[in-house]
Design a protein around this ligand. Sequence first.
Ligand SMILES: Cc1cc2nc3c(=O)[nH]c(=O)nc-3n(C[C@H](O)[C@H](O)[C@H](O)COP(=O)(O)OP(=O)(O)OC[C@H]3O[C@@H](n4cnc5c(N)ncnc54)[C@H](O)[C@@H]3O)c2cc1C
Length: 360
Amino acid sequence: MAPPHTKVAIIGSGPAAHTAAIYLSRAELKPVMYEGMLAGGTAAGGQLTTTTDVENYPGFSKGIGGSELMDEMRAQSIRFGTEIVTETIARVDLTSRPFRLWMEYSDGENDEPAHTADAVIIATGANARRLNLAGEEKYWQNGVSACAVCDGAVPIFRNRPLAVIGGGDSAAEEAMFLTKYGSHVTVLVRKDKLRASKTMAKRLLANPKVTVKFNHVALEIQGEDKPRGLMTHLKIQNVVTGEEEVMDANGLFYAVGHDPATALVKGQLETDEDGYVVTQPGTSYTSIPGVFAAGDVQDKRYRQAITSAGSGCIAALEAEKYLADLEDDDQPQLEKDTQAKKPEANGDSSAPEYRSNPLL
Ligand SMILES: Cc1cc2nc3c(=O)[nH]c(=O)nc-3n(C[C@H](O)[C@H](O)[C@H](O)COP(=O)(O)OP(=O)(O)OC[C@H]3O[C@@H](n4cnc5c(N)ncnc54)[C@H](O)[C@@H]3O)c2cc1C
């Protein structure tokens, strides 16, 4: 028996995947979403399920719990007819059409895929790297964070000493962002120089609210010894002298990179040197017509829930256009009017016609 076929399959379940699902199901394209079963260690619903309050997602003036926000998005996807499969996609074949998808642990007989699809949206996200320091688990989200833009403004960090780990542009940006809230920000850099661009490094080093400690690593996060106790101190070490000290720190922000969840598509889709799926600027078009990417898996710069949701909307509109072209003509116009065409300087004529789009 042939595997079930769908017009569009969505892999992932964060804000990008659900926004795409909402748009596609409202367009009656009956999308199938593979939301993952602890894929890459993250619960279905994505990174926001690992945080408490989300205070910068528009529409929630009092903030909303990360898991609650994702539950709402999931309910909205289902309301319009998205089929959600709680499985992880272990393998895809994007080299021939229809695209083929295999689930983890359940390869069918004769290696039959679980599903075939005319279009696929990759929205598998990215994971912030952790350092597995002593105390990290205990104080995660109780002082320890991997996102200054997301968490920096919360009251526990206001006018308190904070620390950032990392020496690249992200670390420099995060540290400077945190100076708006913290009393002082210490940046721990393992090496004797910053990896950040010259301009960023200069700006960081000139900031009176920042101290950069070169040749230093963090050893242990310390804090209140009670349920939901907060971090208060950080034990650090000079890697040259071996000297250890305990510094006051009510917040610790990791800026040591992210790992995009792209193992699934590596070697099939074009990825950049850091493993992110390459999309044409301002679009969700990947190197394969019919395969679209949205959210953190293709965005190493902003990595926010709202930008992920926005790119999920773009992917849905572009997938919808692709499918309409497929229906109009067995030989879709894509080669000439979408992926193969680089966006033009004065506006991309391949962009969806938003005003006339029935999805809006
Ligand atoms: C602790 C923390 C706090 C944050 N706080 C905020 C905040 O306050 N505001 C904000 O705007 N942003 C915040 N962010 C960032 C925000 O969560 C991300 O930018 C956003 O979730 C990215 O969405 P996404 O749709 O790209 O994918 P993700 O949220 O990364 O979700 C991807 C999902 O796809 C699943 N998946 C992966 N591979 C597969 C597969 N092969 N098959 C099936 N499923 C798969 C994963 O398990 C995951 O559930 C925070 C991030 C973290 C880690």
